[in-house]
Design a protein around this ligand. Structure first.
Ligand SMILES: Nc1nc(=O)c2c([nH]1)NC[C@@H]1CN(c3ccc(C(=O)N[C@@H](CCC(=O)O)C(=O)O)cc3)CN21
Ligand SMILES: CC(C)C(=O)C(=O)O
Ligand SMILES: [Mg+2]
Length: 273
């Protein structure tokens, strides 16, 4: 391996991410839930792999992210951790495992680090979860915030519409972002908020701000892997760009296989012993 290759394959750290922001290098983040996909995304050069609680939707078929458990996330994250060499592995702490009890929050974060091999954890919310964030940070566990559309509180809002369009909400979001930076978070995800507000947040904090539906003027982007690969063909929010149509490709491949089995053209002689 050349020296240059080694350099580009250096492990991503929270420190490196902050440098990337300083240098204006954009950060590319995707979700991953299993070993095989994690290997591909890591080798392709993804900076951050997120074991998102969106596994509740895309892996388990639930309507929301609320039902997924910490044990479920640990299963997915430990699988992902065995597939990565370079990416920073961030795991969502799921609903019910950090809110309102900072000691439980720390226990959850420690389990993700110890049992799943996570490098950092992500939690949704601002002032409401400040104590939990602070306590996790005291253990030396890097924390990423998540503001704007926070799917774990969907029943409080009722819809997945764009957040912080009102001045008072926008002001709270900006305060929360500054608070998360101040207590020591290494980054913040902003989901589905006006691009102008996201820009303002990214300019107001020195930690990386990663957007999903937050416009171009942030420090990086994140998407759910199944959405951007077009595996899921029923989800098309405006912020989603599809880079493949795997739904169609998989359907075609499987149809061909079924046809070959039914017509006895698979397996042929060279595929037999
Ligand atoms: N597959 C998947 N992708 C995601 O991005 C994702 C999940 N699941 N699960 C957890 C959360 C939920 N997220 C969501 C959910 C819905 C919209 C959304 O825009 N929905 C509608 C609009 C709803 C409205 O305006 O009332 C849409 O246009 O599809 C966005 C993000 C993001 N996360
Ligand atoms: C959409 C991203 C940011 C997320 O939290 C998830 O996939 O769970
Ligand atoms: Mg999530």
């Amino acid at each position: 391996m050349s020296i240059h290759k080694q350099e580009t394959r250096k492990k991503v750290t929270t420190h490196r991410l902050r440098k990337m922001k300083e240098n204006g290098e954009k950060i590319a983040m995707l979700t991953a839930y299993d070993y095989s996909m994690a290997r591909i995304l890591d080798a392709a050069g993804i900076d951050i792999l997120l074991v998102g609680d969106s596994a509740s939707n895309v892996m388990a078929g639930h309507e929301t992210t609320l039902p997924i458990t910490l044990d479920n996330i640990i299963y997915h994250a430990s699988s992902v951790s065995r597939g990565i060499n370079r990416s920073l592995l961030v795991a969502d702490i799921p609903f019910g495992f950090y809110q309102g009890d900072s000691k439980e929050a720390l226990k959850s974060a420690i389990r993700l680090m110890k049992e799943a091999g996570a490098h950092a954890v992500k939690v949704e919310g601002g002032q409401e979860i400040k104590e939990s964030v602070e306590r996790i940070l005291t253990a030396g566990i890097p924390v990423m915030g998540h503001l704007g559309l926070t799917p774990q509180s969907i029943y409080k809002f009722g819809t997945y519409t764009v957040r912080a369009k009102e001045k008072s909400e926008a002001e709270k979001l900006l305060r929360d972002a500054k608070m998360l930076e101040e207590v020591g978070c290494f980054g913040i995800v902003l989901e589905k908020i006006p691009a102008e507000l996201a820009k303002q947040v990214a300019e107001s904090v020195s930690i990386p701000v990663i957007g999903i539906g937050a416009g171009p003027d942030v420090d990086g982007q994140v998407l759910v892997m199944h959405d951007m690969l077009g595996i899921n063909n029923e989800f098309h929010p405006r912020f989603l760009r599809k880079y493949a149509n795997l739904h169609e490709q998989i359907t075609n491949a499987v149809s061909s296989y079924i046809e070959d089995v039914r017509s006895s053209s698979f397996p042929n002689e060279s595929e037999s012993y």
